[in-house]
Design a protein around this ligand. Structure first.
Ligand SMILES: O=c1ccn([C@@H]2O[C@H](COP(=O)(O)O)[C@@H](O)[C@H]2O)c(=O)[nH]1
Length: 238
């Protein structure tokens, strides 16, 4: 068992369910002291802000992963709406640019120490170098992640979403306090699915990830709570 008083959960479980009851059945087996929860585009579109509020009311730290990408005014208002939900973390796309990210940050100032952490997506963990080039970006994924992470830090945000493969580079270049949230985590032997820039939980932590986003390897397991406990233990031991 974890010491729940001192344990800062590193794992953010990606709740990507089309069925709210299935999600609730999983959540009922989870302890807010051993994981945080991520609500993304699928569940937010299906079940809306009430679903997010219910998780917050149950004591979970919630990462609202809606990856806002729009003009500065629209993103600022969306981020403010997320803060009203009481979420722990919210994100925008770094490729929306500096002015957009600054507008998002300024929108959170009225919330003081109750403001959610604000981070920016760099290069999706599903993307290979070739796919990145197809979008017109000639840099490698690592170069593009670093460039967008620098822009994000200069805009005053708290961190980025990147793959764990870039974590060591970003910690070296941007310092220990800039948060790295890394999806594309796959325990050894599990199916990569659509993810491409992947690492195991232990490798990701060693590389410098602050938070590991894990969806299907936990949510699709026969016993999700047992898989979560096993990964948490492996992180403490590593
Ligand atoms: O670059 C990114 C940004 C966000 N995600 C999200 O994380 C989870 C990953 O789920 P898995 O089932 O573990 O693949 C999912 O909600 C994505 O939308 C990402 O994968 N990569």
């Amino acid at each position: 068992m974890q010491d729940s008083k001192n344990f800062d959960p590193k794992i953010l479980i990606a709740l990507d369910f089309a069925d709210e009851q299935q999600a609730k059945a999983l959540i009922a087996k989870l302890d807010p002291a051993s994981c945080r929860l991520k609500v993304g585009k699928e569940m937010f579109t299906l079940f809306g802000p009430d679903f997010v509020r219910s998780l917050v009311q149950q004591g979970f730290d919630v990462f609202l992963d809606l990856k806002f990408h729009d003009i500065p005014n629209t993103v600022a208002k969306a981020v403010s709406a997320a803060a009203e939900l009481g979420v722990w973390m919210v994100n925008v796309h770094a490729s929306g640019g500096s002015r957009m990210m600054q507008a998002a940050r300024e929108a959170l100032l009225p919330y003081g120490d109750k403001a959610p952490l604000l981070i920016a997506v760099t290069v999706l963990t599903s993307m290979t170098g070739e796919e990145l080039h197809q979008t017109g970006v000639q840099r490698s994924p690592a170069e593009q992640v670093l460039a967008l992470a620098r822009l994000t830090r200069e805009a005053g945000l708290d961190g980025v979403v990147c793959s764990a493969q870039e974590a060591s580079l970003l910690k070296t270049e941007l310092g220990p306090d800039f948060k790295l949230v890394t999806p594309g985590i796959r325990p050894a032997g599990s199916d990569a699915g659509d993810q491409r820039r992947i690492m195991t939980p232990e490798q990701a932590l060693a590389a410098g990830s602050d938070y590991l986003v894990i969806g299907r390897p936990i949510t699709q397991a026969a016993d999700p709570a047992a898989v979560l406990a096993q990964i948490n233990l492996s992180l403490v031991a590593s």
